[in-house]
Ligand binder design. Structure first.
Ligand code: SF4
Length: 330
């Protein structure tokens, strides 16, 4: 069975963009692949943070993932810092990664340009990402189209390491992208990707009232100034996209007809979407409330996930060190 690895930052409560763009897909993949899903808190500390907040956000992310349907009996869910092999392998890969490759990374150029003092962790972030994936010798990494470039460095690292230390029988597979079928989820402002830092998200655990407060002012097709103006769902990136993701096909067809024919107002359309979103997220909210009342159970699931991950991680690291002439303490 092929193996997949994917990571998510501990940004707290999952939002609809994370859910539709990644986690919903992971839930489907977990029964078809040997799956490792990691909350990447070592990546999170490359930006400014408050330790207590990070701890809470990590727990909330774990609850969101489990409530969304990641099943610890079918996949391995764990926290990166509980598997120290990630950083050990990252150091090894740092010694094989040309500086130029790291400086060329789009994400580094974007983020470092906004910082007064750039820390080495930001530059080396993709090396840790490569270690995350290669530690489990993953064949596939579920990604959106905009993330394919990030995976390329992991492939370069695998290739460089294999060429130097395992030329006859490559030890690391070059991980391939497993493209998500979901398009990038646009934020409620219609301008950018849904992102917590921009504040244009809907949290998957938000109350029906809070969700309505966010949907009501969301942008729509600008051609619809009055209820009698015909619209075009393709020019309504937020509401129509969310209808396609959450509403049954018959409702989506109704949106098409009612929008193009000016048979309802945008508020009617949003009310219909609100019902669909609330109904789809209700079981997740319920499961999350149950997990929130059992924090010890959540910690136990994460600790077991880390134990399971370490079996594979330590075997990889042992083999890597053996081939590199580095004695292992284990
Ligand atoms: S009717 Fe619906 S799909 Fe059409 S512009 Fe308004 S909100 Fe968007």
């Amino acid at each position: 069975m092929s193996r997949i690895f994917s990571g998510i930052q501990p940004s707290g409560e999952l939002h609809v963009g994370n859910y539709l763009g990644a986690v919903k897909n992971w839930v489907e993949l977990q029964s078809r692949f040997e799956s490792y899903f990691c909350i990447v808190n070592y990546h999170a500390i490359t930006a400014a943070y408050v330790p207590g907040d990070l701890r809470a956000r990590t727990r909330d992310m774990a609850i969101g993932l489990l409530a969304s349907g990641l099943d610890p009996n079918r996949c391995t869910v764990f926290i990166q810092s509980q598997v120290p092999e990630h950083t050990e392998l990252a150091w090894i890969f740092n010694t094989l990664t040309p500086l130029g490759e790291l400086e060329r990374q789009t994400q580094f150029k974007d983020k470092s340009g906004r910082q007064e003092q750039v820390m080495a962790g930001l530059l080396n972030y993709p090396v840790l990402q490569a270690a995350d994936i290669l530690l489990y010798r993953a064949d596939l990494v579920p990604v959106g189209e905009d993330q394919v470039q990030h995976l390329e460095l992991s492939r370069v690292v695998a290739r460089n390491w294999n060429a130097r230390f395992s030329p006859d029988a490559p030890y690391f597979p070059e991980p391939q992208p497993k493209l998500s079928t979901t398009r990038r989820i646009v934020g409620l402002d219609g301008q950018a990707k849904m992102s917590k830092s921009i504040g244009n998200t809907i949290g998957i655990l938000e109350s029906p009232e809070a969700i309505w407060d966010k949907l009501r002012p969301a942008v729509t097709d600008p051609a619809r100034q009055k209820k009698t103006d015909p619209g075009n769902p393709d020019k309504c990136p937020v509401i129509y996209q969310l209808h396609c993701a959450f509403s049954p096909a018959v409702t989506v067809a109704e949106v098409e007809v009612n929008c193009r024919g000016a048979k309802w107002g945008c508020i009617d359309c949003k009310k219909s979407l609100h019902s669909s979103v609330v109904a789809a997220l209700a079981p997740i909210r319920e499961a999350a409330a149950d997990l929130q009342s059992k924090p010890d159970q959540v910690d136990e699931i994460l600790a077991s996930g880390a134990d399971k991950a370490r079996i594979e991680a330590s075997a990889t690291l042992r083999a890597v060190k053996e081939k590199m002439g580095l004695p292992d303490a284990r």
